[in-house]
Design a protein around this ligand. Structure first.
Ligand SMILES: Cc1ncc(COP(=O)(O)O)c(C=O)c1O
Length: 352
């Protein structure tokens, strides 16, 4: 059985749901995005003939300061193609214990590519240190896998790592000739929060994966960017994974539209998450941590189940991960939804 919560959706969207804060992946394409998708010039991308896919790939290559880029179906496919472009069977990659490639991608790098993940311990913000990286690299020894790659993530659960933090981690990896992949599913959130260009984060990586279907609001798609050799290898792996698409320019058009219209506005999502966290903290017994477009809220333990039932009955969705609630802001929620959430929590805890 899928683990997603079952919700009463109709073809036009959720019914009986007032505000969906489960993830920034739940957005629906805006009317302008749908027009851009419908009107896109397309060709067969397996033949390299889709002008809109080519334009998106060139755009992301330029934005990241990389030689090439590859349009993938999802963040999972893009991370897998990126990791396997660096690792052979039996090679090891280092990554954070709770990073998405470690725990949420079905073990694909190990199952399909024979690459062995080595989890690094993390702090409360999901970070590990350059010394953690150095200490995890295996000595050359017939018993060990060859440590080949460091796989980073930014943001991690909404938490931003600065450009300097990422540069220090990469420097530690380079001391041991490791390749570096960055899962940037929400790297635009990090860049906007830090007030830097996305290229500042990508400069020293070999490959970087950027999702268009999270905060940027496209219905599908992730782009892997890197040097030409890495992307050429990833291109073959994507094909092996069934990711060679045909007139995918219709999808790429959504990504181009998102880059034009939905990057600068991420600051609104961050501010709105801050508004929710402030509101929740003002309610007796509620704790809330704000990180970019996410809020991690902890109600009093004995009220958790009752609060979840109350929110669901009110049509407000979030990830109810006991003891914590994850609330994510995105294109399809506004200040009215944010205030409704805070008022509904306050109303429940005020009367318990
Ligand atoms: C940090 C991170 N990386 C990768 C992914 C995978 O993206 P997708 O769902 O498109 O496969 C996600 C999805 O939520 C994510 O949060």
């Amino acid at each position: 059985m899928p683990e997603q919560q079952s919700t009463p959706f109709s073809a036009d969207g959720p019914t009986g749901i007032w505000a969906d804060f489960r993830s920034d992946t739940v957005t629906r394409a805006t009317p302008a995005m749908r027009r851009a998708m419908a009107e896109a010039s397309v060709g067969d991308d397996v033949y390299g003939e889709d002008p809109t896919v080519n334009a998106l790939q060139e755009r992301i290559a330029a934005l990241t300061g990389k030689e090439a880029a590859l349009f993938c179906t999802s963040g999972t496919q893009s991370n897998l193609a990126g990791i396997l472009s660096h690792c052979q069977r039996g090679d090891e990659f280092l990554t954070g214990r709770n990073n998405h490639v470690m725990v949420n991608e079905v073990g694909g790098a190990a199952a399909l590519g024979g690459a062995v993940p080595w989890p690094l311990e993390i702090d409360e913000q999901g970070c590990f240190t350059p010394d953690d990286v150095r200490a995890a690299v295996k000595e050359p020894d017939q018993h060990h896998p060859v440590t080949r790659l460091l796989s980073l993530e930014n943001t991690v659960n909404g938490h931003v790592q600065s450009v300097d933090q990422i540069a220090d981690l990469i420097a530690a990896a380079r001391e041991h000739d490791l390749a570096v992949h960055l899962d940037g599913a929400r790297l635009f959130n990090a860049a906007v929060a830090e007030g830097v260009g996305i290229d500042a984060y990508c400069a020293d990586t070999d490959t970087v994966s950027l999702c268009l279907s999270k905060g940027l609001g496209a219905p599908v798609g992730t782009v892997l960017a890197g040097d030409q050799d890495s992307i050429s290898r990833a291109f073959r792996i994507r094909k092996m994974l069934g990711g060679g698409m045909r007139q995918s320019g219709h999808l790429a058009a959504a990504g181009l539209h998102a880059l034009d219209h939905h990057v600068d506005r991420l600051v609104e999502d961050h501010d709105r998450a801050g508004r929710i966290a402030d509101g929740l903290r003002s309610i007796d017994g509620m704790e809330a941590v704000h990180a970019t477009n996410m809020v991690w809220a902890t109600p009093p333990a004995d009220h958790h189940d009752g609060l979840v039932a109350h929110l669901e009955a009110a049509g407000i969705l979030m990830c109810f991960w006991k003891p914590t609630l994850r609330i994510v802001t995105h294109l399809d929620v506004d200040d009215g939804h944010a205030d409704l959430l805070v008022d509904t929590v306050g109303e429940f805890l005020g009367r318990t």
